[in-house]
Structures are given as structure tokens and as C-alpha cells.
Design a protein around this ligand. Structure first.
Ligand SMILES: [Fe+2]
Length: 241
């Protein structure tokens, strides 16, 4: 049983980017049965940028599933951005999941944007000022939602989709000082709480491609500046990619 999926993140669409991905996207159905987008689809989260995303990533002939990134929040237009994406047939996940019927079986995808906080030994903690507690609470709630969504899906192969990173491995190349703003170990714990086959994220433009959760789940940073192609293709089911 093999399911092939394509993924990319941080495409940061605006008018000047439209068309850049489309030639490769038109060929995508020959290589994969779904496209997963790891957030930061836009530059500033405006409705007009979302329409650029819809033009570029809509109507591909395979299901497109996304999470939002922090850039989608910049202009406080999240509901309008989500509506434009959904009107284009793109499934937007936030604390929930979807099961796709693929030729190799049922592919379950659970997604959240996620948030920062850092990694074991160097992370923010639920202590002190209310602002710090609110920061950590945001991460905890996001990770809890991801874990519940992953554990709740009835499928043959399970993929976790986030914008923020669940592990420090795929941040290698970024300044150490900003790791706490790029991801959280709590997302990794959520991924390890279910039989996840693959975890995909973006956000870390200067990071690296490959990592593993403490529980042994393979993690891939699919941020466009990292993969340097329109999308990467992953084979699920026989641990090849
Ligand atoms: Fe980002």
C-alpha cells in the first residue's frame, strides 16, 4: 500500500508570484494524489492575496489541504482568507482533520497552524506574567487540538500538517535565538500521541529538510525556500521519500 502526496509551504503569494508554481502544479496529478500546503500562503493575509492563492492552487484535479501560517494573520482578515480558499475547493484545517480516499488506502490529515514556545530544555513555561502564560497556553491548546485530531481520524495512513515546527532538527540553519518563535516540542508530543506516518511543516525558511520526533516520526520542512521546488513528493506506506 503506497500513497503519494505532494507538499509545499511558505509560497507567500501575491500578484507578482501568480503563475510561478502553476506549470509544475498542472503536472502534479501524475505524481501525487493530494497536495498539502503548510501555511504562509500569502505575504500579509489579505483577501486579494488569498485570491492569488486560489488562482494558483485551485482546480488542480487532486484534493488540496492546507493550514494557515502566521502571515495569514497579519491583516486580521482570517475569515475572509479562509472563505476565498474554501470557495476555491481548498480544505483549511485548524484543529481538525480530513480523510481522503486514495488508491492506496484512506489518507488521514490532521492540521493546526501551531505556535512557538521552543524545545526541550530551552522552552517557554507556564509561569509568571499573564502574557507569558497566555503565550504558552496558545501553544498548549494548539498541540492538544492537533493530538486530538490525529487520534480521532479513522484511516490507513496518518499525516500531521502544521506551519510551526514540531522539532528543532528541521530548524538547523536558523539562528538559535529564534528557535522559540519557530516551533514547539508540544507539537512533537502531539504527533507522537498517534500512529503518525509523516509530519510536514513550514515557517523555517532557513531551516533544513529532515528531522524526527522523539517518538520516531519522520518530519519534513517543506518551506519553499528550503525545498527549492514547486513541491516535494512523499511516498507513504513503505517509508521511502
Ligand atoms: Fe511563517
Amino acid at each position: 500500500m503506497v500513497i503519494r502526496i505532494a507538499a509545499v509551504g511558505d509560497v507567500h503569494m501575491d500578484e507578482d508570484v501568480v503563475g510561478r508554481f502553476r506549470p509544475a502544479l498542472d503536472e502534479l496529478p501524475q505524481h501525487a494524489e493530494a497536495l498539502l500546503l503548510a501555511g504562509d500562503l500569502t505575504r500579509h493575509g489579505t483577501e486579494s492575496e488569498a485570491r492569488c492563492v486560489a488562482r494558483e492552487f485551485g482546480g488542480l484535479g487532486v484534493p488540496v489541504v492546507t493550514v494557515l501560517g502566521n502571515h495569514e494573520y497579519q491583516c486580521d482578515q482570517v475569515p475572509r482568507v479562509v472563505k476565498v480558499l474554501e470557495d476555491a475547493g481548498i480544505t483549511v484545517l485548524e484543529g481538525d482533520g480530513v480523510v481522503l480516499e486514495c488508491t492506496g488506502g484512506r489518507l488521514g490529515i490532521a492540521g493546526v497552524k501551531g505556535f512557538g514556545g521552543g524545545f526541550a530544555g530551552r522552552c517557554a513555561s507556564d509561569f509568571g506574567e499573564p502574557e507569558m502564560k497566555a503565550f504558552v497556553k496558545t501553544t498548549t491548546e494548539s498541540a492538544d487540538a492537533l493530538g486530538a485530531a490525529l487520534r480521532g481520524l479513522d484511516c490507513d495512513l496518518l499525516v500531521a500538517l502544521t506551519h510551526y515546527s514540531p522539532v528543532p532538527d528541521t530548524l538547523a540553519g536558523e539562528p538559535l535565538e529564534i528557535y522559540p518563535f519557530l516551533g514547539s516540542y508540544q507539537l512533537g508530543q502531539a504527533i507522537d500521541s498517534a500512529p503518525t506516518a509523516l509530519a510536514l511543516h513550514g515557517h523555517a525558511h532557513h531551516g533544513s529538510e529532515r528531522g524526527t520526533t522523539p517518538g520516531g516520526v519522520r518530519v519534513r520542512n517543506v518551506a519553499h525556500p528550503v525545498i527549492k521546488q514547486a513541491y516535494s513528493v512523499f511516498e507513504l506506506g513503505d517509508q521511502v521519500d
